[in-house]
Design a protein. Structure first.
Length: 579
């Protein structure tokens, strides 16, 4: 099937089938229901085939990066793969940043790039570039498709690799002449059902149990791996058997409800005092699906100095070996299995850690997780506290699932500190790579995946400059995403580092004069869907109206510049925390 543009886009039957049709049918048989695209010369035939197949829904975006991050948002919410495609040359190279982001944050992503015809390969043809070479270091697998006869095996293997072990991105380069090649239709058959590989039993759990029974001050670091492995219920079961204090990483915020009595907040460079204090004073650290990256550890020689052991639950042995291997006991396996087995081994052991919990409570009274209020100012922290109240009230009436995404910057850290996460909520953010421009398309993909959810993108004016084109996609598709923009005139975190570590220079960090509400209106947002707030007095009413509104909504919050605190400077330890 193709679209006959002259007849208003109605399907037109044809008696022959192309390589593009075959590839799309293979996607459908593999269970892929959606594709995101930016069209172009070397991928037009494939995009037409995507649009023509009734079993697959196509959404076009404004930028290649936006399409890829939207696919990542879709996958994180559904657990299903979404194909994303763009043309050769600049279209393909624009995928490099999202591919790198997906690899670092372990998100399955299937990228199909258009390529010049095989006869023009290595001739410096228009928009020819060997994307398989460029993408090899930022994808789990890259393949140049040489023959349509190989397409089924290539696609099946790519999908397997995307989900196998630590999930991540794969790329298939699809030459234009193969897209246009006349092919025999695929024989009719039922979609293949992929058989799950048996999961090996992890060793070392008995030793972890023994370590925990001898511990007086244990702590759990909940990483994104808990969410990826769908192991949140296993974490709850573990806390029932052994009420261990829990801190979380930036991407692990949704691993445990913020209101759970044992959840103490985010650790690391911008974590509050109490969770970082817990790590500094713990005698046993148990990491669940976290990478022990530098934003958590700071100076590794002074990280968790009182811990006799660092226990590292991970799906890959090489991750256990990357950081502080000499201090670690690794538990390698799928976290849903290993965490469930760990919880079962702890049942009936009578572990309570009462004195440890009492000590933490005393420290919390001395160092509350709060901020310095500036009366009359619309501070970002205040906005997030009021957003929590508005969402809480709306959820009580609607029962909606809530999905938060963030752009990257000070607002991202404040969101990780202050947003309230309830069971079933999601928190999607570019953590390992820290990509500005990711948050809005992540929200669009999450909203496409779950049309009935309340999806809120927390953005900063510096970061939204990298994805503002996708505001058009939100309105074009009538996606009811709420974009909550903090406008503090530039790059907040870089400005803070300039102030503290670079003699106060302001090179490139001040961004003033952009009319954000005008920009939103120019992308289709009408007056009823755009708000600008400058003072606390109007805040709650605007937030209540926005979260209840069933259409896209753009809110600009005019906030003052202020340091994003706490801060543990890079390479330092908890002892140097700036409050």
């Amino acid at each position: 099937m193709v679209r006959d543009r002259a007849r208003g886009g109605e399907p037109m039957k044809r008696s022959w089938t192309t390589g593009s049709d075959i590839f799309v049918e293979l996607l459908v048989r593999a269970g892929i229901e959606r594709a995101f695209a930016v069209t172009g010369g070397a991928v037009m035939d494939f995009v037409d085939a995507l649009e023509a197949n009734p079993a697959l829904e196509l959404q076009c975006f404004q930028t290649e990066q936006g399409a890829a991050w939207a696919a990542m948002g879709y996958t994180q919410v559904t657990g299903k793969l979404c194909a994303v495609t763009a043309t050769s040359g600049p279209g393909a190279t624009n995928f490099i940043t999202p591919l790198s982001d997906a690899l670092r944050d372990n998100i399955p992503l299937l990228v199909v790039t258009g390529q010049v015809a095989r006869s023009a390969r290595n001739t410096d043809a228009f928009q020819e570039i060997d994307i398989t070479v460029i993408a090899a270091s930022v994808a789990k697998k890259v393949v140049y498709l040489e023959r349509m006869e190989d397409a089924a095996d290539v696609l099946a293997d790519a999908i397997r690799v995307a989900f196998d072990g630590r999930p991540g991105p794969v790329l298939i380069d699809f030459p234009k002449d193969l897209q246009q090649q006349a092919c025999a239709p695929l024989p009719p058959r039922a979609p293949a059902v992929a058989k799950a590989k048996p999961r090996p039993t992890a060793s070392g759990l008995e030793e972890v149990v023994a370590s925990l029974r001898h511990a007086e001050r244990p702590v759990i670091i909940a990483g994104r791996g808990v969410v990826i492995a769908q192991a949140r219920s296993e974490l709850l079961a573990l806390l029932e058997a052994a009420p261990i204090p829990v801190v979380h990483t930036l991407p692990g915020k949704a691993a445990l409800s913020s209101t759970h009595p044992h959840c103490h907040g985010m650790i690391g460079m911008h974590g509050f005092y109490v969770p970082n204090w817990i790590i500094d004073n713990a005698d046993l650290v148990i990491s669940l699906g976290s990478r022990f990256d530098d934003r958590i550890t700071g100076d590794t020689k002074r990280f968790a100095p009182n811990a006799r052991r660092l226990v590292h639950f991970d799906i890959a042995q090489e991750q256990v070996q990357k950081v502080m291997p000499e201090r670690k006991l690794g538990v390698v396996g799928h976290l849903k299995d290993t965490l469930g087995a760990f919880a079962a081994l702890l049942e009936g052991k009578g572990l309570r850690f009462t004195q440890w919990h009492e000590r933490i409570a005393a420290v919390r009274e001395q160092y509350p997780s709060t901020y310095k209020e500036q009366p009359g100012m619309l501070q970002a922290q205040l906005v997030l506290e009021q957003l929590n109240a508005a969402v809480r009230a709306h959820r009580a009436k609607s029962g909606q699932r809530v999905i938060f995404t963030t752009e990257v910057g000070s607002h991202q850290m404040w969101a990780a500190q202050y947003l309230e996460i309830q069971p079933g909520d999601e928190f999607l953010t570019s953590a390992g790579l820290g990509c500005m421009g990711s948050g809005l398309p992540l929200a669009l993909g999450a909203q496409i995946a779950n049309p009935d959810a309340l999806v809120i993108c927390i953005a900063g004016d510096g970061s939204l400059r990298f994805s503002e084109a996708e505001l058009e996609t939100a309105w074009e598709r009538a996606l009811p995403v709420k974009v909550l923009l903090f406008n503090n005139d530039g790059y907040g975190i870089v400005r803070m580092w300039n102030n503290h570590f670079y003699e106060g220079r302001k090179t490139g960090v001040i961004k003033q004069g952009k009319q954000w509400t005008t920009l939103a209106r120019s992308n289709g947002f009408t007056d009823g869907h755009v708000d600008r707030v400058e003072s606390p007095a109007a805040l709650r009413g605007v937030l209540d109206r926005a979260v209840a509104h069933r259409g896209p909504h753009f809110l600009e919050m005019v906030t003052p510049y202020e340091d994003c605190l706490p801060l543990i400077p890079s390479g330092k330890s908890f002892k140097e925390i700036m409050l």
